[in-house]
Design a protein around this ligand. Structure first.
Ligand SMILES: NC(=O)c1ccc[n+]([C@@H]2O[C@H](COP(=O)([O-])OP(=O)(O)OC[C@H]3O[C@@H](n4cnc5c(N)ncnc54)[C@H](OP(=O)(O)O)[C@@H]3O)[C@@H](O)[C@H]2O)c1
Length: 336
């Protein structure tokens, strides 16, 4: 796609969505930024403009289909069209399943699952009409392998894989040029661990190894540029989790039952029932701009060898083939 591509990013005010918007800005893209918190959205728009792109921030709750459709219309009015749609927005509850209230489970599902469904519907409607466009779903290793204390979230992430796979087969049936791809992420250092509703005694943390949101954003942009592949896996831990689940799911059940509570919490005690972002944003008017990073900078990796190999796989295979041909021809010459 060209440099002036028009891309909508949901969940753009913080975390992976914010880092993705920043990278798009560096490409000179025109970016529709969707989230609820106006302080965070203003920060994201300023980042995109400072990086060289154009930005339109639209306060939107992704669990409201009509609001998502209105936001898409505003992006089209401003930038003329939409080339790509990146679903990132989510919320969750960190708690054992038995401690999650029905209305909380429903809300997580409406934001984290239906938010992706609605974004996809709104984008697809436009993309099918002109037979082009890319939808990127920001997924998780936890959409392939559930863990304790995150039942509502894991359910939503699994469901995203489910409906996306179905949609992909429909697009293939139609011989459509519209593409949809999923990027399964590892643990990433984002604000979610400080603002998601939690009933845990201690501060939630991503299960190490932890990566910086800029690495995740590079994964999203790679998928945006190469959307023919069904899924991308970012980070060796994502590969290990997904393959481990395919080979030995019962073993992983036992491992996670034993380690999954401690590995998701630091030693730091927190207020029980801290304010979460499930119903209201924490980066709205009067709130602060959290930005892309969480509080785990000192423990987070900026690079992943696995993801580097994924990105350069074609050139590596090409170099390998050329090398083998060269070796074979020298061997043949020596024999002659
Ligand atoms: N961080 C990780 O370890 C990790 C790992 C694997 C996958 N992921 C995936 O990466 C994506 C982003 O995660 P993150 O860690 O970057 O999250 P985050 O830091 O909590 O940011 C979430 C974003 O979603 C927005 N949002 C929340 N509720 C919303 C709603 N109802 N309507 C619209 N926007 C809403 C938030 O802004 P407002 O609150 O202002 O609306 C914010 O911009 C998610 O899809 C998650 O599944 C993350």
């Amino acid at each position: 796609m060209g440099n002036s591509q028009v891309v909508v990013v949901t969940g753009a005010s913080a975390g992976i969505g914010r880092a993705t918007a920043q990278l798009l800005g560096r490409r000179g893209a025109r970016v529709g930024l969707l989230a609820r918190g106006e302080t965070g959205l203003d920060g994201a728009a300023a980042d995109v403009r400072a990086a060289g792109g154009e930005a339109l921030a639209i306060a939107t709750d992704v669990s409201d289909y009509d609001a998502v459709e209105r936001a898409a219309q505003r992006v089209e009015e401003r930038f003329g069209r939409i080339d790509a749609w990146i679903n990132v927005a989510f919320s969750s509850v960190f708690a054992p399943f038995a401690e999650i209230k029905p209305e909380e489970f429903r809300r997580v599902t409406e934001v984290s699952y239906l938010g992706f469904v609605y974004g996809t519907m709104v984008a697809l409607k436009r993309f099918r009409q002109r037979n082009s466009g890319v939808i990127v779903q920001v997924g998780s290793a936890l959409g392939e392998r559930s863990i304790p204390l995150q039942s509502a979230y894991c359910g939503a992430k699994h469901a995203i894989n489910g409906f996306t796979e179905s949609l992909r087969t429909e697009l293939m049936h139609e011989k459509s040029k519209v593409r949809v791809t999923v990027v399964q992420m590892p643990a990433v250092n984002t604000p979610q661990f400080s603002w998601v509703l939690s009933r845990l005694d201690k501060h939630p943390q991503p299960v190490p190894p932890i990566y910086q949101p800029e690495l995740a954003a590079r994964g999203v942009l790679h998928a945006l540029d190469h959307p023919r592949r069904k899924q991308y896996w970012v980070g060796a831990s994502t590969v290990g989790t997904i393959l481990g689940q395919r080979v030995a799911p019962a073993l992983l059940d036992r491992y996670l039952a034993r380690t999954g509570y401690d590995s998701q919490q630091t030693d730091q005690k927190v207020e029980p029932n801290r304010a979460g972002n499930l119903w209201e944003p924490q980066d709205g008017p009067g709130g602060r701009d959290y930005g892309p990073h969480g509080v785990f900078d000192d423990r987070s990796h900026r690079h992943s060898a696995q993801f580097w190999l994924t990105r350069h796989r074609r050139s590596l295979v090409g170099a390998g083939l050329v090398g083998s041909m060269f070796a074979a021809s020298s061997w043949a010459q020596r024999r002659r």
